[in-house]
Design a protein around this ligand. Structure first.
Ligand code: MIC
Ligand code: SF4
Length: 640
C-alpha cells in the first residue's frame, strides 16, 4: 500500500491502537521540549509523577519566554528549571541561547522522529520532517516519564506545492495565503502534509516558517519531506549523520488535497486581531506604521535576518517608526556579528533585542496607545503586544523591513532588487550554552524560589454539579483571553493562586472575584474556544477559581485536551443553546459519571427553565481521566 509521510512516521511509532481516522492511538515520543513559561509547571508535574530520570531519547528544557526579569520570579524559575533538568536527565538551553523552536531545529531535530513540546509552535519541527506536536505541560511530563502520547488519528490534508516563489515573496506569504484560504479553523483535526515539486525550492528554515504557523490553522501539526535540502541544512549544522530521506510514496492518498502554485503567491498581511484576517500587502500600502518587530520562532532564521540586514544597509529607519529586531538564536546572532550584518542592522537604527520571544508575547517593547505594530510573528490576538488598543499586523520580514524604512505599510516588490542571500554551507556551531544533564543526578539539589507553588490537583469527579454560568463569550476565544500573556502576568506562571486572579481580565475584570464568590462555575463559548497557545494555565487557573465545566460550540485541540487533563468537563452544545444562555444562569448537571460514560448530559437551566443536551467528544482513555478528576489523579490510580 502507498503511504503518506505522516502514515509512515506514525506507523513506526505506534504503540497502541489502529491507524484509522477518528480512532485514538498512542505513539512513542522520541523527543520532548519545554520552554520556561510552561516548563516550571511541566517539571513540577514530572516531579509529582515520581520517576527518577526521563525516559525519552532526548528532552530539552529551553529558557526563552520569560527573559524580561523585572522581578525575581523569572530568574527563580530559570534556576529551578536548570537544577531540575540536571537531575532528571534533561538538556538545558540557557537564557540567551535562543528561541526553543529555532534552537531545536538547529541542534536537535531529526527527520522521522516524534517531538512533543509544551508550546503550540513545536510544529516548527515539521520543517525537518518530524511529527512535532504541541501539547499541555502535563501531557509532556507524562511523555517524559515514558508513556505514549495519545491522539485521535487526524485527517490528512495534502498541500500540493508547485512553482517557485517570486522575488520578495517568502515562506510567510505562503502560510498567510493558506490562512486566508482555510481560516484559523481550517486545520482542526488535521495534519497538513506538503508535497510535490514546489517543496524542493524551499530551505528548511522556510519550511519551518510554514509548519510553525500551521498552529494558527488549528492543525495538529504540519510536515515537509526530508530531502536533499534537509540533508544540506543538517550538514551545515554538522549533523549530516542525523539525516534520513523521507517522503510520501508516489500516489499516496490524502483525505483532502489543495494546490498552491508558489509563483502565484504575493506578499500578504494579516490584520488585527486574527492570523486569518489576511489581505494582500498592496491593499494596505501607505498605512502609517508606528512600530515594526522582526524575529520570533516564525521568522528569525539566518536567511531572514540577513535579508533584513541587506535591506537596511546604509539606510535609516523612518523617524515615525521604531524597529525592534530579535535574532532567533545565539548561533544566528553570532554569525551576524561575525559577518558584519549586525553593523548594518544597528547602523540603520534598529533596536537589537536578545535572542528570545520578547515582544511576541508582550515581554517588553509594548507599542504606544492605539499603535499600528507590524510584526514578522505568528499571532496578532488582541492585547498580545502588551498595549490593549494596539492593532497587530503580521507579515514577512521583507514586508516588515520595507515598512520600517518608509514608515508605512510597503509592498517590498516596490523596492527594486532584493538582497541575494546564500544559505551558509557551515553554520557556526557552539553548544556551550546547552548544559548536559548531571553525571551524578542524585547530588543535584533542586532550587525552589518563593514564587514556585505546587501544581494543582482536582478533587475526584462529582456525581452532580450545580454551576453558575460565570461568563458567556463568542467565537474564537484565545488562550490569551483566558490567561493573558504579557510582562505583568508571565512571572506568575508558576504561582497559580496569583495567576488565577487575572483570568479573563481583558474580557471581564470582575471574572476572578465573581468566580470565587459563586464557585463552582461554568463558562460558555462559541466556535473554536481556546485557540492559540498550549498553556495549560488556561485550564488550571479557571480550575483554581472553581470552574468545573466549559460549554462551547467547538473547542481548539490543545485546550480541549488541557481541560480534560485538569478534570474540567468540555461540553459541546448547539449554537442555539449557547445563544439562549445568559451570564448568571444556574445550571444543574446530574448523573455525571453516567454522562461521561454515555458521552452526553442533560443540562438543566434552572434560571430559564429550559433543558438542553450537551455532548462529550472524548476517547475512552479521556473519559477515564475525567472520571478520575484529571490526568494526575488518573496516573496515580494507574500506579496504585
Ligand atoms: C505563545 O506563543 O502563545 C506561547 C507563549 O509561546 C504559548 C506558550 C505559553 O503560553 O507559554 C504557546 O504557543 O503555546
Ligand atoms: Fe515564543 Fe512567540 Fe514563538 Fe510563542 S509564538 S514560542 S511566544 S516566539
Amino acid at each position: 500500500m502507498k503511504s503518506t509521510l505522516v502514515e509512515k512516521i506514525l506507523k513506526a511509532h505506534l504503540v497502541e491502537g489502529k491507524l484509522t481516522p477518528g480512532a485514538e492511538i498512542g505513539i512513542r515520543v522520541d523527543q520532548t521540549l519545554t520552554q520556561d513559561a510552561t516548563g516550571t509547571m511541566t517539571y513540577l508535574q514530572l516531579e509529582a509523577i515520581g520517576i527518577d530520570r526521563v525516559r525519552t531519547e532526548l528532552s530539552v528544557s529551553y529558557v526563552d519566554h520569560n527573559t524580561l526579569q523585572s522581578g525575581f520570579q523569572n530568574a527563580d524559575d530559570h534556576r529551578y528549571l536548570q537544577s531540575v533538568a540536571a537531575g532528571y536527565g534533561v538538556y538545558f538551553s540557557r537564557p540567551g541561547n535562543g528561541i526553543c523552536h529555532q534552537v531545536h531545529l538547529e541542534r536537535f531535530g531529526i527527520p522521522g522522529k516524534t517531538l512533543l513540546g509544551s508550546d503550540s509552535h513545536t510544529t516548527t519541527g515539521g520543517g525537518l520532517g518530524m511529527i512535532a506536536i504541541g501539547a499541555g505541560g502535563l501531557d509532556v511530563a507524562v511523555a517524559m516519564a515514558g508513556a505514549p502520547y495519545y491522539i485521535t488519528v487526524p485527517q490528512l490534508l495534502g498541500v500540493k506545492l508547485t512553482g517557485e516563489l517570486s522575488p520578495w515573496v517568502s515562506a510567510k506569504d505562503v502560510i498567510l495565503t493558506l490562512l486566508k484560504r482555510l481560516s484559523v479553523n481550517g486545520g482542526v483535526g488535521k495534519i497538513v502534509e506538503y508535497f510535490d515539486s514546489g517543496v524542493e525550492s524551499l530551505t528548511v528554515p522556510e519550511r519551518a516558517t510554514i509548519t510553525n504557523m500551521g498552529a494558527e490553522l488549528g492543525a495538529t501539526t504540519s510536515i515537509f519531506p526530508s530531502d536533499e535540502r534537509t540533508r544540506e541544512f543538517l550538514a551545515a549544522q554538522q549533523r549530516e549523520g542525523d539525516w534520513v530521506p523521507l517522503q510520501a510514496d508516489a500516489g499516496a492518498q490524502y483525505d483532502e488535497i489543495i494546490e498552491l502554485d508558489l509563483s502565484a503567491v504575493e506578499p500578504m498581511i494579516a490584520m488585527p486581531h486574527s492570523p486569518d484576517n489576511v489581505v494582500p500587502v498592496s491593499d494596505l500600502a501607505g498605512k502609517q506604521v508606528d512600530q515594526v518587530c522582526i524575529g520570533s520562532c516564525t521568522n528569525s532564521s539566518y536567511k531572514d535576518m540577513m535579508t533584513v540586514a541587506g535591506m537596511l544597509e546604509g539606510k535609516t529607519v523612518h523617524a515615525g517608526t521604531d524597529l525592534m529586531i530579535s535574532p532567533g538564536s545565539r548561533q544566528i546572532l553570532t554569525m551576524l556579528a561575525d559577518n558584519g550584518a549586525l553593523s548594518d542592522i544597528i547602523g540603520a537604527g534598529a533596536r537589537l533585542l536578545e535572542s528570545a520571544c520578547g515582544p511576541c508575547l508582550g515581554q517588553g517593547a509594548a507599542p504606544q496607545s492605539g499603535a499600528v505594530t507590524l510584526r514578522s510573528f505568528n499571532r496578532n490576538f488582541e492585547a498580545r503586544s502588551g498595549t490593549a488598543d494596539a492593532g497587530i499586523y503580521l507579515a514577512s520580514p521583507e514586508t516588515c523591513a520595507a515598512s520600517a524604512l518608509t514608515g508605512a505599510i510597503t509592498d517590498p516588490r516596490t523596492l527594486g532588487r532584493p538582497p541575494q542571500i546564500e544559505m551558509p554551507h557551515r553554520f557556526t556551531i557552539d553548544d556551550s550554552m546547552i548544559l548536559p544533564p548531571a553525571d551524578k543526578p542524585e547530588a543535584v539539589e533542586v532550587y525552589r524560589g518563593p514564587n514556585i507553588k505546587p501544581a494543582p490537583r482536582r478533587e475526584p469527579m462529582q456525581d452532580s454539579l450545580q454551576l453558575t454560568l460565570l461568563l458567556k463569550v463568542g467565537d474564537n476565544i484565545t488562550t490569551d483571553h483566558i490567561s493573558p500573556a504579557g510582562a505583568a502576568f508571565l512571572p506568575l506562571r508558576s504561582n497559580l493562586p496569583a495567576l488565577a486572579q487575572h483570568v479573563f481580565e481583558g474580557v471581564d475584570p470582575t471574572f476572578a472575584r465573581r468566580a470565587l464568590e459563586f464557585a463552582p462555575g461554568a463558562i460558555s463559548g462559541g466556535q473554536n474556544y481556546g485557540q492559540g497557545s498550549s498553556r495549560e494555565h488556561a485550564a488550571m487557573a479557571p480550575l483554581h477559581l472553581g470552574v468545573r465545566a466549559v460549554l462551547a460550540v467547538s473547542f481548539a485541540r490543545i485546550h480541549h485536551a488541557n481541560l480534560v487533563n485538569f478534570g474540567i468537563l468540555p461540553l459541546l452544545i448547539a449554537q442555539a443553546d449557547h445563544d439562549a444562555l445568559s451570564g448568571g444562569d444556574s445550571l444543574l448537571i446530574e448523573g455525571i459519571p453516567q454522562g461521561i460514560g454515555a458521552r452526553k448530559f442533560t443540562v438543566k437551566n434552572q434560571s430559564s427553565g429550559e433543558d438542553f443536551e450537551a455532548r462529550l467528544e472524548v476517547t475512552d482513555r479521556q473519559a477515564s481521566i475525567l472520571q478520575a478528576g484529571g490526568l494526575l489523579n488518573y496516573v496515580g490510580e494507574q500506579a496504585d
